[in-house]
Ligand binder design. Structure first.
Ligand SMILES: Cc1cc2nc3c(=O)[nH]c(=O)nc-3n(C[C@H](O)[C@H](O)[C@H](O)COP(=O)(O)O)c2cc1C
Ligand SMILES: [Fe+2]
Ligand SMILES: [Fe+2]
Length: 399
């Protein structure tokens, strides 16, 4: 059920959260059976009120209803837009139609983006770079952190409450039952890592830049308030470290992830031999099988890769090249793991002749990824190959 939540999160700051369990494929790409939230924040001061970010467009009417429950629209003097993507600005046109005097505060790079998409008549306050600005008696520092996730993205730090509003950064998929992010909830952490890898993976080095920039400013931060998921309000060092670790793709101990395609079982049999060897040595192996009964969610696989020591990809040859499903997976790996230090092992089977191994090698090389071992076999893998693959993986694994 689509619903909303309104919650006081600090003196004069209200969270307006839309719980969206209707969107099944975020950005028409990422399967999210766990749902997603859009968080907007209402800041109340004696001189008037401000909003930070809005909701996705299809929820505009609900957004207006939620705001009207807690304030009079005419009191809204500013709408701060940290990020122009429509999951945060879709409800802006409907809001501005009623809040005629509200000014839109946005990074200079965001003006073009907003104007290209929406017919905005309201006055725009353009923010260049990183800047301190007083709005209605509230001191803000707007921090330009480009490419997390678009060129205009900025973070807004509210000095009085010491809240850092971060939009996509530190955000997560899923609809947590609490408005707070729980760093001990492993499902929530997985959803946050999945969000980072799928939506922001291509820009992971900018996420690191943004965290670095915030750290270098020595701000006292009590709460991190993203526009997806829960608010981090316990120890903000914790999400900083987590997102840094995820953005770097740092491996967990002892973890291998295998993804394979198998049409008639040859690759599957070879993989299961390698799997048995690894599992018998107490290595934590996660397996994703793409076969005639199952297409697992690629987004889960990408998330598991991110924290793996070694990744094993196995495919049959298909039309002289790599199986189409493995090609699709490789394209995602190229986008989301470009330049990440992560060793790959490749297995390719064939019937009469194959260029598939070359395709695998070039794809990984294209993305600056390292294939530490590539083995080809004709229908059946040999004992020696199984031994070699397992020993190379064992040597490379982080224990
Ligand atoms: C639709 C299809 C296309 C194939 N194309 C090739 C090919 O172009 N070159 C080749 O050497 N083998 C090709 N093969 C043979 C497979 O690569 C080989 O049988 C492989 O071991 C199958 O592994 P699997 O049973 O795990 O799917 C093809 C097989 C199928 C079913
Ligand atoms: Fe975004
Ligand atoms: Fe977003």
């Amino acid at each position: 059920m689509v619903k909303y939540l309104i919650k006081d999160i600090a003196d004069g700051v209200k969270l307006l959260r839309l719980d969206d369990d209707r969107t099944r494929y975020f950005e028409a790409a990422w399967h999210i059976p766990e749902g997603v939230t859009y968080n907007s924040y209402l800041i109340e001061s004696s001189e008037g009120q401000m909003l930070i970010d809005t909701w996705k467009g299809q929820y505009s009417e609900l957004f207006m209803k939620a705001i009207k429950e807690i304030t009079d629209i005419s009191k809204i003097k500013y709408v701060i837009i940290n990020h122009a993507e429509p999951d945060h600005t879709g409800s802006l046109p409907v809001l501005l139609r009623e809040a005629k005097d509200a000014k839109v505060v946005v990074n200079v790079a965001g003006i073009k983006l907003l104007k290209a998409k929406y017919d905005i008549k309201n006055e725009i306050v353009s923010i260049e770079g990183t800047k301190e600005v007083k709005l209605l008696g509230e001191d803000f520092i707007f921090i330009h952190v480009p490419w997390v996730h678009w060129p205009e993205t900025m973070l807004s730090y509210q000095k009085r409450t010491k809240i850092l509003y971060t939009c996509d950064v530190f955000g997560s998929f899923s609809i947590p039952s609490s408005y707070r992010a729980d760093p001990r909830d492993s499902f929530y952490l997985k959803s946050a890592e999945k969000y980072l890898i799928t939506v922001m993976g291509y820009y992971r080095k900018y996420v690191l830049n943004a965290i670095e920039k915030v750290k270098s400013m020595n701000l006292e931060i009590l709460k991190i308030a993203p526009s997806h998921g829960g608010i981090w309000d316990r120890n903000v060092e914790e999400p900083m470290q987590l997102f840094e670790k995820w953005a770097k793709g740092e491996p967990e101990k002892n973890k291998v992830t295998i993804a394979y395609v198998s049409m008639y079982g040859s690759v599957e049999e070879a993989v299961s031999r390698v799997y048995n060897e690894l599992a018998s040595k107490d290595i934590n192996v996660k397996t994703f099988a793409i076969n005639d009964s199952d297409y697992p969610d690629f987004e889960d696989f990408l998330t598991e890769i991110n924290s793996s020591s070694v990744v094993l990809l196995a495919t049959p040859t298909y039309d002289t090249s790599v199986h189409p499903r493995m090609k699709a997976l490789l394209e995602l790996i190229k986008d989301k793991f470009r330049g990440v230090s992560k060793p790959f092992v490749v297995m390719v089977s064939y019937g009469w002749g194959s260029n598939a191994i070359k395709y695998m090698e070039n794809s990984l090389k294209d993305a600056g990824l390292e294939a530490i071992l590539m083995e080809t076999f004709r229908e059946k893998i040999s004992d020696e190959q199984v031994k070699k693959i397992t020993s190379v993986i064992k040597d490379k694994i982080k224990t």
